[in-house]
Design a protein around this ligand. Sequence first.
Ligand code: SAH
Ligand code: SF4
Ligand code: F3S
Length: 445
Amino acid sequence: MFENRLFIETYGCQMNFSDSEIVASILSSEGYSLVNDPHQASLILINTCSIREKAEERVWKRLRELKSLKKKNPELKIGIIGCMAERLYEELLFAGHGVDLVAGPDAYRFLPELLSNTLQGAQAANIQLSFEETYEDIEPLRLDPSGVSAFISIMRGCENFCAYCVVPLTRGKERSRHPETILNEARNLFQRGYPEITLLGQNVNSYYFKNAHLSMNFSDLLAKVAEIHPSLRVRFTTSHPKDLSDKLISTIASYPNICKSVHLAVQSGSDAILKRMNRKYTRNEFLDRVRSIRKMIPESTISTDIIAGFCGETEEDHRQTLSLMEEVGFDSAFMFRYSERPGTLAARKYPDDVPSEVKARRLQEIIDLQHWHSLRSNRQDIGKTFEVLVEGSSKRSRAMLSGRNSQNKMVVFEPKKATRGQYVRVRITGCTQATLIGEEMEDDL
Ligand code: SAH
Ligand code: SF4
Ligand code: F3S
């Protein structure tokens, strides 16, 4: 009844969202059409994340819910793709879970073949990681309904092997896409009406493409993307502090359409912990990168990621994190409690020895301090006017519009003439810790 109807659900990072668009593109060439309701689907794919234990628990729960749909529709196939597929394929294929297909992040080209192998009721799996796969020739099928902002994966994998992190195990070797394919995709998106693109990689600063004819690093690529058109907004994520060069910072500074927000994950403020995490920079080196950003791009925001309670973290190490936060005053942050991931260096080498309640308390202290800093940063914007790219209605109130400014802050405002996909000038009149609130200025841009 529901032949060739695909429902795809995505968990995890932006790279997974971007991968779902590649998967949707591959399967639509095979005659699949996308549906928004799993009850209408002949194939359900869950694109999964392994970054923390909780991320995996969420998927197991969802899988139990979706499995029950098979009773009503015995033809339904369920596939698990993404990082958890890579890490846990054996467990996932256990018959009781109702999974028909498992495909790792580098195996999406084989999905049609895997699907045909499941037709007789067999299970199919491919979790082979690749040294070359970048899907650069596949035009993603855009799943974001707003049509305002699109992701472009510029590289895959990660070889930094931060001690806590599962990504190098689930995503494999780092590889960069041919720059021409990236530029073509960006031009194409702009021509189709996308005013904003985000270049994606686990560590975009180490993007490097080289063949017999050309070589290109990230700051050159970023400049070329920005040159496509002055009204194409360009974002990128995420930067690793060890590879953030002054050259890149000056490129960000010199193009008005490259957004003035740098996401620079610090993880900890303690040198001992940074070393154990294998982050390859010290507290001072991180602070030096922050100083460079502040000097060359004074209007830029800086956001970060912080982990509370990594192996062996003492009260003094924790205080170092709080004091680094004080010193930098991050505009926003993603904050996590350490979650041990099997197979990582930390899981093999260091005991997960910070008690759960201590992790929780430290995380709360970090969150409380960050909320105060976020609020302070937002308050400083009251009275300023920003150019905002309208993304759609505000989540809280349909009557309000929302969008982001170049600094990546969410701005909510009452519309006068503005519509989705437009740039408008908004004067900030108030704020919360998470959002700027303002009024649309009537003067046209
Ligand atoms: N490549 C990015 C990070 C991707 S993962 C970077 O290096 O900036 C996003 C964030 O999840 C990390 O920055 C880290 O703060 C957090 N994280 C990763 N592994 C974790 C773990 N095992 N426990 C808790 N948080 C983790
Ligand atoms: Fe994980 Fe570190 Fe790679 Fe980021 S840079 S994905 S934290 S290993
Ligand atoms: Fe999660 Fe994999 Fe991204 S582990 S954070 S989906 S790279």
